[in-house]
Ligand binder design. Structure first.
Ligand SMILES: [Fe+2]
Length: 163
């Protein structure tokens, strides 16, 4: 007997949107890491490479959950990344905007979800997004302190590289 899909279509579609969002974020952070490498901010490059890897673990959490429920996560085609980040400030602002949008998406998906088991699963993503937005906000505060001071930027770049 084939395993039945316990997810309603609307819930499965929503989870596949989340799958796409996590994979795109991973792509985007790789793209930012490449731009930071080119600009000589190697600590920030390392930070965004780590962020990219984290997004793949988020993807896998959703894929595992869908499998538990008898469904299967998609591996969607992703749009090419065209966002640009010339320096650390632009890179962190891009990360902040991306995580804030993801937080709003997860809030919407949680509210609209009719399945309580999936809602319970989504709670961890609300927490992840809250922490991530907070972390990027703290980094922006640090960057505002040094403003255009190049020495300060290099110090923050080193901090980011040390995790
Ligand atoms: Fe994520």
């Amino acid at each position: 007997m084939p395993i039945s899909n316990l997810l309603e279509k609307a819930t499965e579609d929503m989870l596949n949107k989340a799958v796409h969002a996590e994979l795109y974020a991973s792509h985007l952070y790789k793209h930012v890491a490449n731009q930071m490498q080119r600009a000589g901010f190697f600590g920030t490059q390392k930070f965004f490479a780590g962020e990219s890897a984290d997004e793949l673990t988020h993807y896998q959490k959703i894929a595992d959950y869908m499998n538990d429920r008898g469904a299967m996560a998609k591996v969607p085609a992703l749009e090419a990344c065209t966002e640009t980040a010339a320096d650390i400030v632009e890179a962190i602002e891009l990360g902040y905007d991306t995580e804030l949008q993801l937080m709003r998406d997860y809030e919407k998906w949680y509210r609209e979800c009719k399945c309580v088991i999936t809602q319970q699963f989504l709670l961890q993503f609300l927490e992840l997004q809250r922490k991530s937005v907070g972390e990027y906000g703290d980094l922006l505060s640090r960057l505002m302190i040094v403003k255009n001071d190049r020495g300060g930027m290099i110090l923050i770049d080193q901090e980011l590289g040390n995790g």
